[in-house]
Design a protein around this ligand. Sequence first.
Ligand SMILES: Cc1ncc(COP(=O)(O)OP(=O)(O)O)c(N)n1
Ligand SMILES: Cc1ncsc1CCOP(=O)(O)O
Ligand SMILES: [Mg+2]
Length: 208
Amino acid sequence: MPSLGRLHLITDTRPGCDPLAVVRAALPVARADLVVQVRVDDDTTDRQAYDLARRVRALCVPYGATCLVNDRLHVALAVDAHGGHVGADDLPVAAARRVLGPAAVLGATAREPGTAARAVAAGASYLGVGPCHPTATKTGLPDPIGPAGIRAVAAAVDVPVIAIGGVTAATVPALRAAGAHGVAVVGALSAAADPGRATAELIAALTC
Ligand SMILES: Cc1ncc(COP(=O)(O)OP(=O)(O)O)c(N)n1
Ligand SMILES: Cc1ncsc1CCOP(=O)(O)O
Ligand SMILES: [Mg+2]
């Protein structure tokens, strides 16, 4: 399995956002270090999710970037994405691995070592761990776990840990020092005035 990119761009499809514009800006900067996770609102139709995922995959491939689909693994298969990401409200990791097959990239959400270890045992290729810091992007989240939470999970598993939740370029160094392989962001890129420059700042923090 190829190494996993360090910067995970999670698409923001809220009103006023242009997810494809952000992806187009990030790709020439992050190239193969970019993972684009197609995440849509719950009220988005499968057809809309399919159309977005198909276009994201087509943009990613020439740069060697990875295209994943959040939650909707049938859409991941339909567009021949590189894999998917599941959490507690999605297919169990073992079932997701059966759906995607052994070669796919499969991410799972965890926030403590026990869940993390079980997800890896069930077939997760990487873990999305958080929320690390406060975020308004997703509601109903548990309390942030901070770099200490990342450290506890990273010590318990041998797959890449991707820190998520309130991540900015300024918070990357502490998350990396705690053991994170990379980070996942929504707002740091979707709300950036210059997503290309914001991508460069995140990549610099991830690779220095
Ligand atoms: C990299 C990464 N980590 C965590 C999540 C959250 O996934 P999940 O818990 O399934 O919640 P939703 O994203 O489906 O609302 C993620 N998407 N990516
Ligand atoms: C989907 C998700 N899961 C945990 S936090 C989060 C949203 C992260 O968004 P942001 O990077 O804007 O804090
Ligand atoms: Mg989910």
